[in-house]
Design a protein around this ligand. Structure first.
Ligand code: FES
Length: 80
């Protein structure tokens, strides 16, 4: 995952991971909570990596780092 994206995520900011399909890191984390465990599954659900494919590695990293299914997601502060 590119360093600047990692910095934004560490700060709790929402980022577009897949620009082609306008998919955010939060949507990917929500899918992880719902049990999605692969980029292929993300592709089916959200369209991630279905056009240019540049987002595939970052989406995979976010999936791997997401809390396990059933774990409460931390909410990012609004307007922070
Ligand atoms: S950025 Fe995700 S398919 Fe292009």
């Amino acid at each position: 995952m590119p360093g600047h994206l990692r910095s934004f995520l560490r700060e709790g900011l929402t980022v577009y991971v897949c620009v082609c399909r306008a998919v955010t890191d939060g949507q990917i984390r929500q899918c992880a909570q719902d049990g999605v465990a692969s980029v292929k599954e993300l592709q089916r659900r959200l369209g991630v990596a279905s056009q240019c494919g540049r987002c595939a590695r970052c989406a995979r990293d976010i999936l791997r780092e997401a809390p396990a299914p059933g774990t409460a997601l931390a909410m990012a502060p609004v307007g922070a």
